[in-house]
Design a protein around this ligand. Structure first.
Ligand SMILES: Nc1ncnc2c1ncn2[C@@H]1O[C@H](COP(=O)(O)OP(=O)(O)OP(=O)(O)O)[C@@H](O)[C@H]1O
Ligand SMILES: Nc1nc2c(ncn2[C@@H]2O[C@H](COP(=O)(O)O)[C@@H](O)[C@H]2O)c(=O)[nH]1
Length: 187
């Protein structure tokens, strides 16, 4: 079976983590835990949601790619990918669009890029508020160039990304099921 990493990308609040968790829980795809200098949100756990780092410890890892997003650093390590592939040929990871472009360039069709979007951008603020995001952090994020950038499918991903409008989670799961079946059929 061919190795595949399902890269879930899109703007904050579009449901990337929710979809990645679905792939993990329903299809048993290990989820690659990435590293960040952002402080944990309420309920987030080190080693589960992220490896939470400080400026010095962030430097200790070997990254396939790393980015700055809304004032914090994020990176996905080679070790994290290798650990996932040791468990299963299909794994999943959540990245911003800059990271997704790097994965598409570095891994070719081993990376299955899924770009999530919504019909109305305002729904994203509502979702982040309901998720319990800190008000100041939310405002900082919405004002960031990365947030605005990730609302639109980047040109570099136009020919490779599977675009899913995640307005309704059940409909999204059906589309994800169809995509996984399509990939399995080709491997
Ligand atoms: N289709 C949907 N309809 C309504 N709420 C949704 C839908 N999909 C996900 N959510 C909810 O929206 C919130 C944001 O989802 P999630 O955390 O998965 O987004 P994300 O893209 O990973 O965000 P971030 O990039 O900020 O980590 C969560 O509370 C999640 O339960
Ligand atoms: N390119 C990368 N993007 C990453 C990585 N880990 C997470 N992310 C993305 O960053 C933003 C912000 O995440 P949040 O948890 O603070 O809301 C979001 O788009 C994530 O998908 C990574 O290692 N590389």
């Amino acid at each position: 079976m061919k190795k595949r990493v399902f890269v879930i990308t899109g703007a904050t609040g579009t449901g990337k983590t929710t979809v990645s968790d679905y792939l993990r829980d329903y299809y048993h795809m290990p989820k690659v835990i990435t590293h960040t200098t952002r402080p944990p949100r309420k309920g987030e756990m080190n080693g589960v949601d992220y490896y939470f780092e400080d400026a010095a410890s962030f430097e200790q890892n070997h990254y396939l790619e790393e980015v700055e997003y809304s004032g914090y650093r994020y990176g996905s390590s080679h070790e994290g990918l290798d650990a996932g592939f040791e468990k299963n040929p299909y794994i999943t990871i959540v990245l911003d669009t800059k990271g997704a472009i790097t994965y598409a360039q570095e891994l070719g069709d081993e990376a299955v890029i899924v770009f999530l979007t919504v019909s109305e951008d305002e729904a994203l603020i509502d979702r982040m508020t309901k998720r319990g995001d800190d008000t100041l952090m939310l405002q900082q994020r919405v004002d960031s160039p990365e947030y605005r950038r990730d609302l639109t499918l980047p040109k570099a991903l136009q020919d490779v990304a599977h675009v899913i409008v995640n307005d309704d989670l059940e409909t999204t799961k059906v589309k994800i099921d169809a995509l996984v079946s399509e990939i399995i059929a080709t491997d």
